[in-house]
Design a protein around this ligand. Sequence first.
Ligand code: NOJ
Length: 997
Amino acid sequence: MSLLSHGAAPRWTAVLLLWAALCCLFVPAVTVKHENFKTCDQSGFCKRNRAFADQVSAASSYTSPYAIVAPSVTFKKGQLEAIVLKTVKESGERVPLPLTITFLESGVARVTLDEEKRAKGQVELRHDSKARKERYNEAGQWALVGGLHPAEGAALVETTDAGYTKVVYGKGGSHQAIIRHSPFSIEFQRDGETQVRFNERGFMNMEHWRAKVEKPVEEKKEGEEEKKEEEKSEEPQGEDESTWWEETFGGNTDSKPRGPEAVALDISFPGYEHVFGIPEHATRLSLKTTRGGDDAYTEPYRLYNADVFEYEMDSPMTLYGAIPFMQAHRKGSTVGVFWLNAAETWIDVTKKKNTVNPLSLGLKSSTDTQTHWMSESGLLDVFVFLGPTPQDLTRQYGELTGFTAMPQSFAIAYHQCRWNYVTDEDVKDVDRRFDKFNIPYDVIWLDIEYTQEKKYFTWDPLTFVNPDKMQKQLDKRSRKLVAIIDPHIKNTDNYHVIDELKKKDLAVKNKDGNQYEGWCWPGSSMWIDCFNPAAIEWWKSLFKYDKFKGTAHNTFIWNDMNEPSVFNGPETTMPKDNLHHGNWEHRDVHNINGMTFHNATYQALTERKRGDARRPFVLTRAFYSGSQRSAAMWTGDNLAEWAHLEASLPMVLNQGISGFPFAGADVGGFFGNPSKELLTRWYQAGIYYPFFRGHAHIDTRRREPYIPGSPYTEIITQALRLRYQLLPAWYTAFHEASTTGAPIIRPNFYVHPEDEAGFAVDDQLYIGSTGLLAKPVTKEGADSVSIYIADSQPYYDYFDYTTYTGAGHHTVPAPLDKIPLLMQGGHIIPRRDRPRRSSGFMKYDPFTLVVVLDKDGNASGTLYLDDGETFDYQSGAFIHRRFDFDGARQILMSANLVADTPSKLALRYVKSMEKVRVEKIIIVGAPRAWKDKDEVIVMEEGQKESKRKKAVALEYHDKVGNKAAWAVVRRPGVGIGRGWRIDFGEKVEHEHHGHEH
Ligand code: NOJ
């Protein structure tokens, strides 16, 4: 957000209303302010490392100056240690860099390189800085939660004399790392084939500590330029020192007390044409290259969490969050790297035709992807994943950084937000209107204007007179409130929060060690430093119901501006030489900062009231690896333009494969006023965002679903109802994500990893494991879409069962009132069909199962259910069923997926769901043989003998044109938490009584 768009705190007055209305009449064309953000050339270490890479690439002969000291190599219990020496060309100095390679039980390898002198504190800092001397080594404490156990089975195979060290690890010894000593490089192999290579191109660079030498300013002599050009073809020349000791950008000077300290490494993926990941960027799923050429970027992908005002499409520019996890994919294999570093990071991506004989190519692509990672400071700390499947990658990455938290069920329903609902009466009015128009919604949001002068934890007494009453009204319909709380604390008198922050000394400090003061929504502000455990404790205290008065059990929190956004700071954030707890410089921890804040809020919400443990809901804008454990994210301030709608799909898909799947974009677009068509299409797409929220800027016109009128309101309502109908499928997908790391919405390559033609497809998505394939309309005026089908299964239109078969593109009609959604044959999809006002009201609703037969007449699916609110599911209080339709036996069965003996809580939960039944079973692609059948036999476990088996009517609908035949069993009456079977066959197998399978 810019200062211009929202300078002074607006009050809800008639004048403002008028002003806002006038603003709406004219929405200027908007574009990002490039000059506010650095290019690689303007970021000293990026420029240096890129230039170094160029020199190395151009040099006729070049040897990387890093080498392992062979006798230093030790190997114990899955961990290799050694000293790498960097030889400084100019001085001949040898810089010791301790290397650790840990081979983890999961088959992942972790490579860590430190710098001995800094680690031992044998360096001097300039400007009397109090900053820590070490390279930042605590990123793992924030990002990692498990998966770190070294593999006892990893074995050292060869060493020393051969000039390399070989370690065999991974399942069945299928992986090996070949660590070459001089120059230092590593090849990671799976089944004898190299998948990932470190320092292949010699771009590795660890800027060692050195004292500043004051050099006399040299005058440029004639002919100097030419000399430089000549030198380029030889070895890389002396380093560019101009940004070693100080850097200025946009009027801010970074004092850089530790001098140059970048880490960089080239990582190659031989035979891999596609790389994905490293969010957050407004770009395609399959990452474009970054060093010029056709349809390529010229800037590297940047990861430096920032509040980028009116961000642009199709760009490697940084955005609000950073996940330095990249995966490379080809037919038959997915591998990846996780670059655990929280400092500003840039990543160049290039592709190269390889020289592999095409006949011996096998599954490999004839293209290699080469990447170059550059971070400003910190350790070199990289995890290497050798797959071989995309599922292995998301699971292993999730084991390290945590799986997405299981949200409350309301959190995956629809959220209604705008900047701002301006009074408590306004909130209540919006709430009533949703009811009046029969539109379901679960959550209404309050942006910053609810506070008194942007003082968080307060309510504006003139506009939010009775928050309790407001929340009671919401609660009546089982609805929730989300209120915003930002990390900047207004620096003013008579405000208990700033008083405590100052007194307890819990704010981020400036380079001189004084509490840092900057500018944000409230004007002069200070920032809570959540790296400090004491700050987290204090933060928790602020959310207690008796402290944050006016909040209730149905109030949840939105953490915004936590990059952190500082209006008068360099690149709209904090100076890099600011200091955090432990005297780490902001530069070291920048990308983690936002996560520490939303983590603290998450903890605070779990402890609001003793004995009342409900799952928190926190939305964050800034994020890092690990954020998935405690928050949902959204893609920030997009624009009400078709291009932004389109870009939201690859962005949200990318979040999913990068371990943070609870993601969405502002439906309708934040800035500007969408046309009614765009708004409608956005809702039709938004129902597929795992996090589904409509939001709008303060200067926009109101656009709640009931505003656009007929037919738009009805069409939007239908879209919302579709989301609500499929909530059981969504909840099951969330459960899968929270236990396996699988994305909630999935791109084509993830579901069909062997289908080369579909690797780059990023404008359509699968919902969890349901086989539901959606292709949202993102083009103005479209009345059809082209859906790409990767396999030979039949795909059925969700609404009318039109059948699409055959790999390739299919045209699916998509007039405005039609949502293109297909069901892949082979799945059983759980739904709840009764329209309700909110998801809370669906808790005990009956289920519909849609059995979508595959080409062999089989189908299966799962359903996960719990109380949707508490943590009891962690003690087994859930229902987890598997449904199978066996085409050969003509039997549909429900089996229990819970293996353990049920706990008390589990039994209590199952009992509470006893009356919840299946009310309808629809079989799509029903066999012709059922035409004359009018009954099926239903058998259920746990019923009295007399009730165990009964006949229920079957209704068969013949195929019409290309619309598949379908059948329906109404009111089979079987319990959703029970074992049962339904026999569709000709003969009734009387000897088989219902039992669990
Ligand atoms: C910036 C956020 O991105 C936006 O969603 C919000 O409305 C404003 N801050 C005001 O809080």
